[in-house]
Design a protein around this ligand. Sequence first.
Ligand SMILES: [Zn+2]
Length: 510
Amino acid sequence: MRNVRTTIAIFMFVLPLTLFAQKDQPRVDWDAVAKIREEGFQRSQVTDIVGYITDVLGSRLSLSEHMKKAQGWAKVKMETIGLTNVIIEPFMDYGAAWDNEYFSLHMIEPSYVPMVGFPLAYTPGTAGKLVCPAVIVDIQVKADCEKYRGKLKNAAVLISPINTIDLANLPKGFSRLTDEELKSLEGMAVQPPRVFTPPIPNLELLKPEERIEFLKSEGVAVILQHDGGTFGLVRGFSRPGSNNDKWSREKDLNSLPIVAVTPEYYNRMYRILKRDIPVKIEVEVKTRIGESVEKACNVIGEIPGTDLKNEIVMIGAHLDSWHESPGASDNASGCAVALEAARILKAIGVHPRRTIRIALWSGEEQGLHGSREYVLAHFGDPKTGTKPEYEKFSVYFNQDYGAGAYRGINLQGNEFVRRVFSAWMEPFRDLGMTTLTIQSVGSTDHIPFDNNGLPAFQFLQDRVGLGGHSNMDVFDTLVPDDLKKNAVIMAAFAYHAAMSDQRIPRKTPK
Ligand SMILES: [Zn+2]
C-alpha cells in the first residue's frame, strides 16, 4: 500500500494535469469512426456518384448547358441524401454561356484520316463544313505578319511549332507517394513566400489576341494548335483573353474558331507541309453562345447543427470542369467524395453540434470565382470588413488534387492544427493516411478562405489519373477504392470538426 501522503500529493499535482490534458486533448470518437467506416466501405455509393457525373452528365464548363444540368442533378442528389437548405446560389454576373454542339476534323489530302481535337472554349463556330488548305504560320513579332499578308484567305493555319513526343516520359496515370516523399513532406520547413519577378516585356512580341486579330483580318477560316507533347492528349482551355473580357459574347463571336489537335495528328500535318506537299482538311465546329450575361452559381446543402448550429464546418469541391472531358479527376472525384461524405453522415444518423455545409463550386477553372465570391458574401474580408458569420466559421476541407487517395493533410502553414489533425488522422493510419506537412498549397477553392484568415485545407493526395484539363480526364482513370477511402476520411474530419469543443484554431494574422 502506498503512503497516504504521497497519494495525496500525487492527487494534488498529477490529477489536475491529467484533467487538463484530457480536456485539451483532441478527441477521437472511435464509435462514430466505426460507423463511418462501415457505411463508407460496406455500402459505398461513391463509384456510382462519380460514374453518373462523368459518364452521364459529362463535361461541365461554367454556365454551359451541361453544367446547368449537372447543378440541377446535384441539388436533387443533395435532397435525396437528406441534406437541408439545398440551394443553387448565384454568385456573380459571369458572362455569356458557351457550349460546343458539334465538332469534326479530318485530313482529306494527301491521305484521309479522321483527327482528334477539341475547339477552345469561348471561340465561335465555323461557317458550316469547310474544306481548307493547311498552312504553317510562324508569327512571333509584329514584323512576321508581313510574310503572310494576303496569303491566308480561307486557310486552316497551324500556329504551334512541331512538338516532339517524349517517349521516355509518357504519363503513368498512377503513382503513389513513396515513403521517402512522405517523409520529406513531413520534415519540410515553411516555405518563404515566392517572389515573382515579372519578365521584361518584349514589346515587339505579338500577344495571342493580337495574332488572332491579324489572322482574322486576313480571312483565316480556322486556327489549329496543340498544347503539349503527350500522345492522344489535348490540353485545350479557352480563347486567349477570354478571362479578361469576362467571356464576352461579342468577343467570342469576333474571334476565330480555334481547335486544339492532339500532337500525333498535328505533327503529321506539320511534317507533310514541311515536305512541300499540300495538306487539305475538312472541319466543322458548331458552338452556342449565350445571348446575354448570366449569373454563375454554386450548389450548397447542409446537415443542420444542434447546440452550435450557427457555427459552420464546410466540405466541398468544384463541380465545373473544362469542356473537353468529363473532368473525372478534376473534379468530379472531389464532388463525389464530398457528396458521399455527406451521404455517409446522414446515413449513420449524425446530429452534429455545428452545421456541416457542402459546397460544389463553379467558376473554379477560370479563377476560383465561385469560392471567392462565396467567402466574400458569407464571411467577408478582414481588410474590408467581415460579416458576423466570420467568427462562427470553423473550417473548410477541399478535395481538388486529382482523384488519388488521401495520404495526409497540408497544414497550410497553420501550426495550431497539427495536434488536432494528428489525432483525427489516427483511425486511418491503416489506410495510408499518415502525413502532416506544414506546406501551403494553392490553386484551388480553399485559397479564398485561407487568404481571408479562415482555416481551410487541402488533403495530401496520391497522384492518380492522366491529368486534369485534358480530354483524357475520364472515368477509366479513377481508382474507386481511393475515392471510398477519401469519402470516409472527409466524413470523419467533418464530423470531428463539427463535434469538438472548440472551433478549428486560426493562424496568427500577419
Ligand atoms: Zn480542379
